[in-house]
Design a protein around this ligand. Structure first.
Ligand code: SPV
Ligand code: MN
Length: 657
């Protein structure tokens, strides 16, 4: 069980500042008048101590306090250009930032949870004993900011005042990190004290890139101190490792939901988007997708986009499920973003008027960013994540080097995106979520869409997400289990997280239960009696799968019940495809929704085997697996290993007779 404020407070121990008067004396000594005046507006003692200890530990030459004022935001941007962490591009308000070639993604091998004796973590994560982490941080972060300016920012993870919003401090020597925070998060400097009071806590993030040389990268670390809600990050720059307001604090939010707010809150790796249905109604979805599996694209399909990465969910007084986006911008993968599938995003990226930080794309001789899959004529040469690049360039193993890194990204404020519903996104009441989706990268097993019969079945869909490795993690390979697509960010044992999910979705307080659905866009021809790895579907079909769920959430379409959930009828899908001007042959439907029973059984066994290796996994998971297996085996006994939709329909009718 996790306990807050337990064990040595590493930051305070290294900083040595224990009382407010010591903090103020330090500010007097280390800060100029401007910084002192700004800090003077903050009364929250614990926050001032955190800031003072970060200053005392890192020993910067100067401190810059970012209040979020226009002048401060501009100053951070200017500093970044002066320092060289970013370069200006010809397009107004566009800059480029490069991370070292060896650090193009999250460094999962150097990312640790700091634990007290006896505290358990997810079997899929790394942990480090508190005393060891203390030694490491003391050795490497003491004085790490010498000669640099330490930037201090006050942010809110969510619309200010929302029940699930939590304030956070970002303290970093990196101007790029602070510039990114200015775009991706809401400032709360003016109301930090009240918000920290209301939320009862705040997060702290301390980062320094150090000398930013490849030779320091083996020493790079990302540490999450779960007990003190504080992150430490050093010798790295990629935002997923350094802007820990994002996934570092998300991990803490997962802990809080799992251990202290069961039945009330969830913290998920989900997009939030609204889809307009019949009569102009807007139905909100929250969807989990592993990093690099199309989460941003799915979110953009909505008419009322809210967020593309994280969702804080809670049960409101009226029994509805509500959600806010802790962020207000996107740090999105640009590979395959093009005019056809992502028109709104493309407009922001290719036309003047939006502030954009590009990272790890190719910059051509005219200063124009390019990336793989943008549907445009590629340049023959330029500068990319590894330096000079030319068409045909190969690495040490003779492998072609791509024009842009597959994890190259763009950072921009959501308000620039045409389908962003800013009023809804800023509403502290959140939006009412009616549909939850879970998807992975599954080439051969699950149908494009299925709806769980019960909350328990829904939780099991989330628990069973699989994905092939993506470029978002350094060194990741093969097919990975990605429970809830949140696995890289679940600090505690998966059993605890799973239990919290069962409790939440079955809670009597949650009077309006959301539909829980599995999505899969990645079925291939090869897996359905055809040939090759080409997909059976395409990006724009997502609108149909979501559209069908929208109707289903309002009870307006019937469905075929199967052991693994309800699947759509052909007629309903054909109508929705007609709305996007696409023919939908029955033959394609039959391929997409036929059950290859052995594949599904194999999948269930894989999940059971993996979960049996862990302690305390709720029995309900195995009960659902068992039920599904029996249903599937009965189908197989009757129809053989491949069951057509016609047979599934017949079986469903038989069972209700
Ligand atoms: C992801 O990889 O899931 C991201 C980017 O959203 S980051 O987590 O910041 O690395
Ligand atoms: Mn993400």
């Amino acid at each position: 069980m996790l306990e807050l404020k337990k064990g040595l407070d590493i930051l305070a121990e290294i900083g040595g500042i224990r009382a407010l008067d010591q903090a103020l004396a330090l500010f007097e000594h280390r800060c100029d008048e401007d910084a002192r005046a700004k800090l003077g507006q903050i009364a929250h003692e614990e926050a001032l101590l955190k800031i003072a200890n970060a200053v005392a530990m890192t020993e910067p030459e100067a401190v810059f306090v970012n209040t979020g004022s226009d002048a401060d935001v501009q100053r951070v941007r200017d500093m970044s250009l002066e320092k060289g962490e970013e370069q200006a591009l010809p397009m107004k308000d566009h800059t480029i930032h490069f991370d070292l070639a060896q650090e193009q993604a999250r460094i999962i091998d150097r990312t640790f949870y700091i634990v007290n004796a006896g505290e358990e973590t997810s079997v899929l994560a790394l942990k480090i004993p508190r005393a060891e982490a203390y030694e490491y941080i003391k050795t490497h972060m003491k004085g790490i900011a010498r000669g640099k300016t330490l930037l201090v920012g006050f942010f809110s993870r969510g619309p200010i005042g929302a029940p699930a919003a939590i304030p956070a401090l970002e303290i970093t020597t990196s101007t790029y990190v602070m510039h990114s925070a200015n775009i991706l998060y809401r400032h709360v400097y003016d109301r930090f004290d009240q918000e920290a009071q209301r939320a009862g806590l705040f997060y702290t993030n301390v980062h320094s890139e150090g000398p930013n040389r490849p030779e320091d990268l083996p020493l790079a670390r990302v540490f999450m101190d779960r007990s003190w809600l504080t992150t430490f990050s050093m010798f790295c720059t990629y935002a997923g490792n350094t802007l820990l307001l994002k996934k570092g604090n998300h991990r803490f939010a997962v802990d809080l939901a799992t251990y202290f707010q069961r039945e009330e809150k969830l913290s998920e790796h989900m997009f939030i988007t609204g889809l307009t249905g019949p009569g102009g109604r807007v139905t909100y979805f929250a969807g989990a997708t592993p990093s690099g599996c199309g989460k941003t694209t799915t979110a953009m399909v909505g008419s009322d986009f809210i967020g593309d990465d994280l969702a804080q969910l809670w049960v409101a007084e009226d029994g509805t499920l509500r959600a806010i986006n802790p962020e207000c911008g996107i740090f999105g993968i640009v590979q395959d973003v093009n005019r056809e599938s992502d028109p709104y995003l493309m407009k922001c990226l290719r036309e003047e008027g939006t502030e954009v930080i590009w990272s790890n794309v190719l910059i051509d001789e005219h200063g124009i960013p390019h990336w793989v899959g943008n549907g445009e004529e590629p340049p023959q040469k330029g500068i990319n994540f590894q330096g000079q690049w030319w068409e045909g360039q190969t690495d040490a193993n003779g492998k072609p080097i791509p024009l842009s890194h597959p994890n190259a990204r763009c950072t921009l404020h959501n308000k620039a995106i045409a389908n962003y519903n800013q009023a809804a996104a800023e509403d502290p009441h959140g939006v009412a979520i009616k549909v939850i989706t879970y998807s992975g990268r599954d080439s051969d097993t699950m149908p494009p869409v299925r709806v769980a019969q019960t909350p328990d079945h829904g939780v099991v869909i989330g628990a069973s997400i699989l994905s092939t490795a993506t470029a978002t993690e350094v060194g990741a390979k093969g097919v990975r289990r990605q429970p809830w697509a949140n696995e890289p960010f679940i600090p505690g044992p998966l059993a605890d997280y799973m239990d919290a999910q069962f409790v939440f979705f079955n809670s009597a307080k949650l009077k309006h239960k959301p539909l829980m659905a599995g999505l899969n866009y990645f079925l291939t021809h090869g897996a359905r009696d055809g040939e090759g790895n080409a997909l059976l579907g395409e990006k724009r079909d997502v609108k149909v799968w979501l559209g069908w769920l929208e109707l289903r959430a309002h009870g307006e379409v019937d469905a075929i019940e199967t052991p693994i959930g309800f699947i759509p009828r052909y007629e309903d899908l054909a109508k929705l495809f007609a709305e996007i001007d696409k023919e939908y042959p029955r033959e394609l439907y039959d391929k997409q929704f036929a059950f290859y029973v052995d594949n599904i059984l194999y999948r269930i066994a894989l999940q059971e085997d993996a979960y049996r290796k862990e302690e305390n996994i709720p029995a309900r998971l195995f009960a659902v697996c068992q039920q599904q297996r029996q249903g599937l085996e009965a189908l197989k006994a009757k129809y053989g290993p491949i069951v057509s939709v016609k047979q599934l329909t017949e079986a469903a009718e038989d069972s209700t007779k």
